[in-house]
Design a protein around this ligand. Structure first.
Ligand SMILES: [Fe+2]
Length: 292
């Protein structure tokens, strides 16, 4: 599998303010402004990681993956009528399909995308490492990801189903939330130091993590979650586990914590109320992609 998570396309109420936060504090670089939409990138070869389109209410337009032409054919064949042909007019171009997942989540798959020259910068995110979605029925959504997209479930916990599209333990996950929305966007930093310096940059702006720093169970990645001023939960992350094709799918009983622990380090508290409010904010917009 060489399907790769590339980007998330968001509608926000103040795209300039959101871009200011993500470039000025979070650590991203401006890629370009096209048609009023801000495109922000990291140090890796993806032309952008986050698109910020101005709109009346926050929403997720799509979560975008890149793949080969052959993989795209496979997704078309598996997804059937759930796959709407699209041509991307975002940086990097490409064409592919928009797959409407069972609860209306728009997952976009593009082939023939252009890449960009990498950027230097130890505080730039390298790329997105995962986008987690809240689901009414996380098991049904994960099942659809396997059936329609060819993704594989890596682990199940009490709260989530973790799903991979390549050898990274998870590029997406579906949270057992009881509603459908964006749970969070995780940015891959180059190492733990870059995560820690990021926490420091936000601290300079008076912001504390809503959860973290810590190290997760499934995927074993380091994390620090914040509620961004423009609404969503964003995460600094690094070093997610690589898994082999025969990775044994873990069950909730394989992923329990001792009393008072919810990560491997046990350093931080979790602001469940702030996270929950932010996790409900970004719903999925109805597809409005340019047809191919
Ligand atoms: Fe995460």
């Amino acid at each position: 599998m060489t399907v790769r998570l590339r980007s998330i396309e968001l509608i926000v109420e103040d795209s300039a303010a959101a871009a200011d936060f993500l470039t000025g504090t979070w650590g991203m670089a401006e890629a370009e402004v096209r048609g009023g939409t801000h495109y922000l990138r990291g140090s890796g070869r993806h032309p952008y990681l986050v698109a910020l389109e101005q709109g009346d209410a926050p929403a997720v337009r799509s979560v975008t993956f890149t793949c080969s032409a052959e993989e795209l054919d496979g997704i078309r064949a598996r997804a059937g009528s759930a796959a709407i042909p699209v041509r991307a007019d975002d940086p990097g171009g490409g064409e592919g399909v928009l797959v409407a997942m069972p609860e209306g989540e728009c997952f976009r798959f593009l082939a023939n995308c252009e890449e960009a020259a990498p950027l230097e910068g130890r505080d730039l995110p390298v790329q997105l490492t995962h986008v987690v979605v809240n689901s009414c029925d996380a098991e049904a959504t994960a099942d659809a990801a396997e059936r329609l997209l060819g993704f594989r479930v890596s682990d199940r916990t009490k709260g989530m189903v973790f799903v991979r599209c390549n050898d990274s333990h998870h590029s997406t996950a579906f949270a057992r939330a009881g509603f459908t929305s964006l749970n969070h966007i995780a940015f891959e930093m180059q190492d733990i130091d870059a995560v820690m310096r990021g926490i420091g940059r936000l601290r300079d702006q008076g912001m504390a993590p809503a959860w973290g720093p810590g190290r997760h169970g499934p995927g074993a990645n380091v994390f620090a979650y914040f509620v961004a001023p423009f609404g969503p939960v964003v995460e600094f992350s690094t070093a997610v586990e690589k898994v082999a094709d025969d990775y044994k799918v873990g069950a909730p009983e394989d992923w329990t914590w001792p009393e008072n622990r919810i990560d491997q380090w046990g350093l931080s508290n979790k602001d469940n109320e702030a996270l929950r409010a932010a996790e409900e904010r970004f719903r999925f917009a109805a597809p409005a992609q340019q047809p191919a």
